[in-house]
Design a protein around this ligand. Structure first.
Ligand code: MF3
Ligand code: CO
Length: 257
């Protein structure tokens, strides 16, 4: 069952995802060598609560924190801990909010200081793949059009596209139908309709696509221990094209100041 949102509901989802964008910017301003992932989690949680929202991840299926913070070879769902961020790390920060009955869910991968040229390219291509997928997010297209665009861009660089985790519908619940894989065939899958809201979230590995689920029950890492990048935003499907509800400009402006 895919819920179609009214314009009012889409604005509430925008409010949530703009708050997530601002919280990600706040984390971005504080990410530097020497800080722990738990410190960054606490900054995000405080920011979310100070803005009248609840952290949507905390307690979700027993998840123990407000942020997922995944460093280098960690793909997603890294649990904040006393792990210290180092120069050259790439760090995916994934945040969720619950405000006014709706959910926000977006992620951004940050470079810490000088990162290798290969890691920089991985991040850029993953973000480009997200935008290429998003360009397909319009009424009349199918989910497979998004999936194929993401996959094609990432694989053209020889990167591995993670299969085990996928994007999703977003609304009153964090995970609604449909699933939005980052791989697939054009013209296949559910039809995109005006009023659908989905999260597109490519998880792209520098090496192979194989991943391992760590014994902590959450952390997903690359099997070959090469780095992985992850960006996520929420998009409303409109007749005239995608309406991106998350604002990466807020994050990128914070990083340039
Ligand atoms: N952003 C993640 C997703 O899209 C959710 C994090 S899982 C949680 O699936 F348990 F931390 F909430
Ligand atoms: Co998500």
């Amino acid at each position: 069952m895919i819920y179609l949102k009214t314009d009012e509901e889409i604005e509430l989802l925008r409010e949530n995802n703009l708050l997530v964008s601002r919280a990600l910017a706040e984390v971005g301003r504080n990410i530097r060598p020497g800080v722990t992932t738990l410190f960054l989690n606490n900054i995000a949680e405080e920011f979310i609560r100070d803005n009248g929202a609840e952290p949507a991840f905390l307690g979700y299926q027993g998840y123990p924190a407000s942020a997922c913070i995944s460093v280098n070879e960690q793909v997603v769902h890294g649990i904040p801990s006393d792990r210290v961020i180092e120069e050259g790390d790439i760090v995916s920060v994934d945040l969720g909010t619950f405000l006014k009955g709706f959910v926000g869910d977006s992620a951004y991968t940050f470079a810490v200081g000088e990162v290798s040229a290969e890691a920089r390219q991985l991040m850029e291509v993953t973000k480009e793949a997200l935008y290429k997928g998003t360009a397909q997010a319009k009424a009349g297209n199918r989910v497979g059009d998004i999936s194929a665009a993401v996959q094609q861009h990432a694989e053209s660089y020889g990167y591995g596209v993670v299969r085990e985790l996928v994007g999703h519908g977003l609304g009153r619940k964090m995970h609604e139908s449909p699933e939005v894989p980052n791989f697939g065939a054009r013209g296949r899958g559910p039809l995109l309709k005006e009023g659908m809201v989905i999260c597109i979230e490519p998880m792209i590995n520098m090496g192979t696509r194989a991943v391992v689920f760590e014994r902590d029950g959450w952390t997903v890492r690359t099997k070959d221990r090469k780095p992985s990048a992850h960006y996520e935003f929420a998009v409303a499907i409109r007749r005239d094209g995608p309406d991106i509800l998350t604002d990466f400009n807020i994050i990128e402006q914070a990083l340039n100041n």
